[in-house]
Every structure is written in structure tokens, then in C-alpha cells.
Design a protein around this ligand. Sequence first.
Ligand SMILES: Cc1cc2nc3c(=O)[nH]c(=O)nc-3n(C[C@H](O)[C@H](O)[C@H](O)COP(=O)(O)O)c2cc1C
Length: 447
Amino acid sequence: MTRRADVRQPAATVRLSKLASIQDATISLNRRQTSHCVNIIDRLSKDGIPLDGCDSDLIEILEAMARSGSVELHAGHTCDKLILVPCRDDFKLRLDSISLECTWQVSRFAYMHYSDGLLIARSPLADCWLKISDHTVCDILYTARVPSSLPACKPDDYVMHACRMLARAEIIVPCEYSGKPLEAHEEKCRQWDLHDLLFHSLSRLGRTTQKMGGSYAFRGEIDPLPAAKKNPWAGSFYALPRPDIVGLSRVDISLTAAIETRRSIRQHSIVPLSLTQLGEFLFRTVRTRHIVPTAFGELLSRPYANGGGLYEQEFYVTIDACLDCPRGFYYYDGVNHGLCLISGPTADMELLLDEASASAAWMVRPQILITIASRFHRIGWKYRGMAYATQLKNVGAIYQTMYLVATSMNVAGCALGIGNSDRFCRMTGEDYLMEGSVGEFMLGRPL
Ligand SMILES: Cc1cc2nc3c(=O)[nH]c(=O)nc-3n(C[C@H](O)[C@H](O)[C@H](O)COP(=O)(O)O)c2cc1C
């Protein structure tokens, strides 16, 4: 198929975006000091401007407007059936012709979801995404679940325009002669999981039009979670010994020595750690130093750094072996520095330890396993777009603090990359959407 201007039905029409006001659009034009300002806005807000007929000057102006979110691209001249929304600041206002020679397939990175009465189709690889309110497009997608030729139609047919839009947004991708989509061969694509690429692309600036950062979107609507979790296990509280931090700061190994000698240690002695050592470790790494009330909810201070000072984490301690402490699953009360027994040994507890062991290639079954959980809405209440990413970064800060303290205490410590969040919820009774495990750290007495 060759690209051609179409007199009766344009391939696509540029229109004002639903979200952008005429004032926004005017501002984005005025910045460019164009004398056509009024005329362009007038055309955009009435019938739209057919893409095919635009000269390069007009394309440049419309492209700038598209990048600032003022205009969108509608398939053909139809209203709202299929709309292409730019989402990158290097967006190009073009609709390439597509090959009828090869077959096409839905991309492995394409996904759909519902938003505001519309189906949204997008790929983290593209500089735009689609709003769909049309059966025809859904039919094309269903056909393209396997490598397929494009539907037989005239070049100026709406179906062809829709296919071009789907290809432009990388929802459908061309297949090689082998019949496999090109992306299936590219190393740079093959090594990405969909959920990882999605997470990466939407939790950083660049490929999203979503609001990012501390917007306090739910302020006035939902109460922020308090800094200290309501502790359902307070009845079984047992105070832990507190280390002498001032004394320690005089005799402790140097920071350089801790950093340079830090290692992941996956071999534990037969003799377990003592409860005093566990208490010292928890105190030096994750206790709550104090709580600060603010107009934006309560903030906390703990030994490790934390995005927004929200300290959304809770810590749970599974004890397989510890001097002076029975086996069981405990909650660490970091405000009062003590352990609360949640349950004695259960099948889930044994499996939690087995899974930790599997994560460490069966080199050790940890004497003590610390599960880092997150009260997700502590962060979600404040941040948009980056809430979960921030929580995972915070886990990194905790891991490093734990490693350094373990080194200074001559305790065997090792971070883990995998844990079972459903098992965690079963063991705590927490709701999967409210509080979940996001990290694990093994502790033991070194050989
Ligand atoms: C985020 C993170 C995840 C990790 N996951 C695991 C794991 O699942 N199993 C394991 O045995 N070690 C794990 N480790 C430890 C690394 O394997 C270890 O830090 C790395 O090999 C470097 O060795 P070193 O810590 O002894 O310097 C993890 C470390 C980090 C920071």
C-alpha cells in the first residue's frame, strides 16, 4: 500500500483534546508566536484539521500542540471512535502507511484497560496510546491475536485507517517471513517482561501523561493512614533489649570497614543468634525513633532513609532458631521496640522459611527471616504514578542498612529477591491491597 492523500476521507483528523481547553491550546500556540493562532484553533475545535493536507509548518505547530496535550488524532474523520493520544515529548505527528505484504500480530507489549467509559490500548514502547469505542477495532485485534493479513479493504476505508492507527501505537506489529513478530527476535525486547516494562515506563517521567509525584490526590476524601499501625497482636508484646547506641558509636567498626567487608552470608552456625542480638539488630536498623505530626499526615524517623519520610514499612520476624525465643511468627513493634507473637509454627511459616531457602539456592534455611511489608496506602495517599516504585526503592535503603549493621555486629545477613505475598497475607490476616510483603532479609549466626 502506498501513502496517498485522500480527498473523501482523511486517514486521520487532528482535533482539540477533550482535556485541553481552548485557552490551553491558545497558550501552546502563542508560545510559538504564530499569526494563524485564531484560525488554527477555530478549525481544530470545529471539524478538525485533516492530517493528510497539512504542510510542514502546520505539522510542526500541531506536533508541538500534541506534545503539550492540546490535540489528539482521530481515525478518519469519525468522531471519537478511535483516538490516538500522544504521551511522549518527542511525539511525531505522522501516520505511516502499513505493508499489506506481511502479516501483523498484536504486540506482546500491548494491553487494554478500562478508563472513563473507554477502552484504552497502549504499549510501553510507543509514543502514543489509543482510546477505543468501536467494535471494528476490537474485531481487528481479535483477528490479529495470531499472525494475520490485514482485512481486505480500500486504502481510504476506515478499517485501513484504524489499522494504521493500531500500528502507529504499536498495538499491532509486523511479522517477519517466519510469521513471528519482529519484536520476538530483538534481544532488547525479548529480555523484557510486559509487567516490568509497563512499570518502568509508567513510573518514570517521559512516557506518561499521568500526574507524577506528591499530589495528595486523596486529601480531604480519604484519611491518611496513621504512622503507627493499629497492632492487633499488642496483647502478646514482649519488650526487646535495647542496645546502647551512644556507647556503640564509640567502639563500632568504621563506616569504611563496614562497607568494605560487607558480604551476603548464607551459612549459619548450629548455634543460633540470641534474642539480645536480634533486638540490637532491629533497634539499629528499623526502630521508630519518633513520629512527627504534620498538616499532611504523620511522618516518622527511623535509621534508614525513606521516600517522603512516610515509613510505610512494617517488619515481621519468623524465628526458626533463636536463643531465648520460641519458634514462631512475630510482629516487630518498632515504636515500643518489642516482638508480638502472631502464631506459633504453622505450615505456612515452614513454607515461608522453605521459600526463603529456595531463594538462596538452598544454601541455608534461615535461622531468622525478616519480612518487610508495606502499608501501601501510606504512600498511595501522597504519590501518584511513582507510589509502588518508591516502595521498592525504600526496600533497597533498608537492605543496605541491614547489611551494614549485620556486618558491624558480625551477624550473617543476606537480602532476598523473592517472597510470597499471598502467604504473608494468610499469616497476618492483612488484605492483599492494604499491606503486603515487598522484601525479605535472612539473619543467622555465621559459621
Ligand atoms: C535486591 C537484592 C536481592 C537479592 N536477592 C537475593 C536472593 O534472592 N538470594 C540470594 O541468595 N541473594 C540475594 N541477594 C544477595 C546478592 O546475591 C548479593 O548481594 C550479590 O551477589 C553480591 O554479593 P555480596 O552481597 O556478598 O557482596 C540479593 C541482594 C539484593 C540487594
